[in-house]
Design a protein around this ligand. Structure first.
Ligand SMILES: *[C@@H]1O[C@H](CO)[C@@H](O)[C@H](O)[C@H]1NC(C)=O
Ligand SMILES: *[C@@H]1O[C@H](CO)[C@@H](O)[C@H](O)[C@H]1NC(C)=O
Length: 393
């Protein structure tokens, strides 16, 4: 990095204070482009091979759906920032037994720190609005017990507690301003959000323009879902124009939060992606659309811009997913969300390289730099110290 650039950044007033502010709150997602590492497959590369794959792609923020120890060990010393998960099957136990929650955090989080940068715990996945209603009532208790466990272990200032929501929590989401939580979800969602706002956690959204499109391909312009030029949509209540569906989905979540009384909570996208293959009725699930979505999404996130309704909240998303997962049940699309195939080669070219030597990428995204904020953050911090010592400029 050239010296004059460093000086310029550095003397910006925000940058001077940034390290001080950032140290006061937990922030699990330090970049804007993260990825989900799903492992429901019997043929994908080992966690040790995933590390160089992510390094080459300059992806630093990763989510897994459990706390698999082989992954946590492989990620040790790599600087990768990982959010671990408690599965839905564990929620009842974690909610009923505070001591089990404490032991879980000890065994699966504390024992891997500080070598493995575990930065968050996702408690359950797509619980509210989901099919298993018995879990809805367990979620908040599990979240509280896990949070209390991190507090007891003095990890609450470095581990963010959250849970990912699907669009099944919303009654409607079009236009974005009209979005509200479903009536039957609201009674569970409100106390959960109250707790999350107390501990500074974001609202985690799994947002799939792909799913919206395949549910109504006759009405929805696929180009709008794929970030391609269209006339977009106009939200008369917000008086805002949307040129892509992902931004509209995120603002729909903001509208639902506002309707429920949470005006300050940040929305982050914990899953988004596009399947490169699907069943006959999954119109649009093919390689060229998946490539277009993921290529344009990467460009969108690299802009580090907010949405029309929340221009100051930079959009952050974890892509779903690293690999195609051959053992996932459900429609064919479910097994074909990977940016990489099971053999480690790329599924399509969005500028990343596969594991295999012959696999090269031809695209370059000149405007995409994804340095991983933490690295620059350490540097800023270091330089800040230098300034204080009067060594700089
Ligand atoms: C969490 O801990 C606090 C004090 O440490 C306690 O008052 C509270 O009851 C605990 N909550 C749960 C759900 O165990
Ligand atoms: C993918 O689907 C689109 C329609 O969504 C179609 O126009 C295109 O030809 C398909 N591409 C391939 C490679 O099948």
């Amino acid at each position: 990095m050239a010296n004059h650039i460093v000086c310029f950044h550095f003397f910006h007033p925000l940058f001077l204070f940034f390290p001080l502010i950032a140290s006061l709150t937990v922030q699990a997602f330090t970049g804007t482009y993260g990825i989900n590492y799903g492992r429901i497959a019997n043929n994908i590369p080992s966690p040790d091979e995933v590390v160089p794959l992510l390094r080459a792609a300059k992806i630093k923020n990763v989510r897994i759906y459990d706390a698999d120890h082989s992954v946590l060990e492989a990620f040790s010393g790599t600087g990768l920032e990982i959010v671990v998960g408690l599965t839905n099957g564990q929620l009842q136990d974690m909610s009923a037994n505070a001591d089990h929650a404490l032991n879980w955090v000890k065994d699966n989080v504390q024992s891997f720190l500080p070598g493995t940068h575990i930065v968050g715990i996702a408690v359950g996945n797509e619980v509210l609005g989901g099919d298993d209603l018995s879990l809805w009532g367990d979620l908040l208790g599990a979240v509280k017990n896990i949070y209390n466990a991190t507090k007891k272990l003095h990890l609450d200032d470095r581990i963010e507690i959250s849970t990912a929501n699907s669009f099944a929590v919303f009654a409607n989401s079009y236009p974005p301003s009209s979005c509200k939580f479903k009536d039957n979800v609201r009674q569970y969602m409100k106390p959960l959000l109250e707790f999350f706002s107390q501990i500074g956690s974001p609202f985690c959204l799994n947002a799939y323009p792909f799913l919206a499109y395949i549910s109504d391909p006759d009405q929805i312009d696929i180009n709008y879902a794929l970030f391609k030029p269209t006339k977009g949509i106009y939200d008369p209540e917000f008086r805002l124009h949307y040129d892509n569906m992902l931004d509209a989905q995120i603002d729909a979540a903001y509208a639902a939060l506002e309707d429920a009384g949470f005006h300050k909570m940040e929305v982050i996208v914990t899953e988004t992606g596009w399947a490169s293959d699907g069943d006959q009725n999954e119109v649009g699930a093919n390689v060229s659309n998946a490539r277009t979505y993921n290529y344009n999404l990467r460009k969108r996130l690299a802009k580090k811009k907010g949405t029309p309704h929340r221009p100051k909240n930079v959009v952050k998303a974890y892509i779903f997913a690293i690999f195609n997962e051959n053992s996932k049940p459900g429609p064919t699309s479910e097994r074909n969300f990977g940016l990489y195939k099971a053999d480690g080669s790329i599924s399509y070219d969005i500028g990343f390289h596969g594991l295999n030597a012959g696999d090269s990428s031809h695209l370059s995204l000149k405007n995409i730099i994804n340095p991983g904020l933490s690295r620059s953050y350490v540097m800023v911090f270091f330089l800040y110290a230098l300034i204080l010592l009067n060594f700089w400029c």
